[in-house]
Design a protein around this ligand. Sequence first.
Ligand SMILES: NC(=O)c1ccc[n+]([C@@H]2O[C@H](COP(=O)([O-])OP(=O)(O)OC[C@H]3O[C@@H](n4cnc5c(N)ncnc54)[C@H](O)[C@@H]3O)[C@@H](O)[C@H]2O)c1
Length: 375
Amino acid sequence: MNVAVLGETLPGEHRVALIPAGVPKLEKLGCQVTVVSGAGIQSHFSNEEYREAGATIAPDVKTALQGADVVLKVQAPTDDEIAALPEGVVLISLLSPLTQPELIGRLASAKVSAFALELIPRITRAQSMDVLSSQATVAGYKAVLTGANELAKFLPMFMTAAGTIRPGKVLILGAGVAGLQAIATARRLGARVEAFDVRPAVKEQIESLGATFLETEEEVTGEGEGGYAKELSEEQHQRELELIAAHIVDTDLVITTAQIPGRPAPRLITEEMVDSMHPGSVIVDLAASSGGNCAVTREGETVIRNGVKVMGPANLPAEIPTHASQMFSKNVETLLKELVSEGELSLDFEDEIIDGTCVTHGGQVRHGPTKEKLG
Ligand SMILES: NC(=O)c1ccc[n+]([C@@H]2O[C@H](COP(=O)([O-])OP(=O)(O)OC[C@H]3O[C@@H](n4cnc5c(N)ncnc54)[C@H](O)[C@@H]3O)[C@@H](O)[C@H]2O)c1
């Protein structure tokens, strides 16, 4: 079985789908790995390291794809790459099926068996394949560093001959994977941290990280199916907004990570709340790509409103490419194990992970919601 690892062409994407340490793991499954020359260079993995790990280096995409059974990428393939994919090949990458249904249609027409990593179910058996979780961990960490870097203040407390500086205050909205990592990172930097989530189950986790869980007089809860959040009623949403408004005024750095699967990001910070903050404060909105938790956010931009910086970074994991790639690579490796049996590809659609993640097969779009979007 031949596995091809392609490089990334999306501007700002510095990750690679498989790192050299993953090559021997795939060899154990009966795979021969070919890597396009320079694919790992932006995440600091050289051709030499891939070669030493047992991979072959191909001079270009076309050569790497010759005879490939499986293709690994971080971002979706370009039109040129799709045109070069061999019929029947398995593609594993991020594909954003719901925001790019036409791309999924093109992959079906090209008779590719495409696996969208966003669709890995959040079940225990699939935890080690869960790219969204691993990359959200990276994003939560980097969001705090990015915000801290833009602040006009320190986060830790300083007791110096030049006086005492009180620790900065950080507010985290949404305490899922990214939010919990943001709390841990802000605490490591010595900040006072407050956090809120609509799932009461996370209170204990927030407190175990040394942060304060914000509570309302009347409970605001939105625990949905499978441990995910659901949308709040209008009344509960108003109560949440009042809580945030009361706490945001003296916050130096806000990190927002609130999301409800398949829905636009809940709007948690209004323009008035931004105006109530001190100039020099910073908001990092991780939900920028799904509409933003803050009314001022623009994806991929930093907006300055009355001296408050509102950042909507589009791809923070790509800014820590070595470790983000290491985690991505491990996720992909584990998924591949599910697709290979005795050195051969074997797609068992009875398996929840394969059934849920495979969006195109045999010339058809298999993913119901994408099919609906295509009409
Ligand atoms: N910009 C980037 O670079 C980047 C990278 C990775 C992830 N993300 C984004 O970060 C966000 C979080 O990802 P995650 O993996 O941590 O998701 P997650 O599902 O693990 O966590 C989201 C949390 O939001 C909470 N939530 C939902 N509605 C809320 C509300 N009204 N108020 C408070 N909390 C609420 C949920 O209960 C959940 O705990 C997503 O929008 C994701 O797309 C961005």
